[in-house]
Design a protein around this ligand. Structure first.
Ligand code: ATP
Length: 210
């Protein structure tokens, strides 16, 4: 199994749906910090022709395919929702590959520290890839309001997704750092600016110890 480069400080950035993870990772990217996105990698490992795509299409045949040979995610979601063994099998095909790709991308990072953004950082075990965790936190009603106004998702769907994620209190308790995003983006950026300098200092002392 691959392991991350222990010389580099890696920050795991997470938060519930609509909490502002993208807003926060855009901030770090604007500081030339390498950002690795677990959602993007999760989509890449099931692109047509990839080993996980081959395994999935072999198991489910044409049912799982849509136009352009991409996976029909709605069909697959329904399948694993109703059949827990299928979920286990699917995760056995995708999780190790996602993990290896994340490790590879984190190893290729060029900035003093790197950020791994993952909506399910704690739930998926990806927190073992990082040295420190940062939660972007907002009250549930704000999450629902922002996620609804951004997507076509209705409130009920958003609340179902929130219920399937770890509770807000537990997420914050498990975090090393928490940024409150209940106010303006400028206020979020001010907190992230402070954290950015803290992480740069930590990265320097981590590098010195090696
Ligand atoms: P998801 O989990 O669904 O990918 P996310 O955690 O990445 O969401 P964002 O996409 O960054 O969250 O933010 C959700 C929505 O809320 C976006 O439309 C974004 O522009 C808006 N938003 C984020 N932060 C603020 C803020 N402080 N004030 C107002 N709107 C905000």
């Amino acid at each position: 199994m691959l392991s991350t480069d222990s010389h580099r400080l890696i920050i795991g950035l997470t938060g519930g749906i609509g909490s502002g993870k993208t807003a926060a990772s855009d901030f770090f990217a604007s500081k030339d910090i390498t950002v690795v996105d677990a959602d993007i990698v999760a989509r890449e490992v099931v692109e047509p022709g990839e080993p996980a795509w081959l395994a999935i299409t072999e198991r489910y045949g044409n049912d799982v395919l849509q136009e352009g040979q991409t996976l029909n995610r709605a069909w697959l979601r329904q399948k694993v929702f109703t059949e827990p063994d299928e979920l286990k099998w699917l995760e056995s095909q995708t999780h190790p590959r996602i993990r290896d790709c994340l490790i590879q991308q984190l190893r290729d990072a060029t900035s003093p520290y790197a950020v791994l953004v993952s909506p399910l950082l704690f739930e998926s075990g990806q927190s073992t890839l990082v040295k420190r965790t940062l939660v972007i936190d907002v009250p549930v009603d704000t999450q629902v309001m922002r996620a609804c106004s951004r997507d076509t998702n209705d409130e009920e769907q958003i609340r179902r997704i929130i219920a399937a994620q770890i509770p807000r209190e537990e997420r914050c308790q498990r975090a090393d750092d928490v940024a409150d995003n209940s106010a303006t983006l400028a206020q979020l950026h001010a907190q992230l600016e402070t954290l950015h300098h803290t992480y740069l200092t930590m990265a320097t002392s981590t590098a010195r110890k090696q």
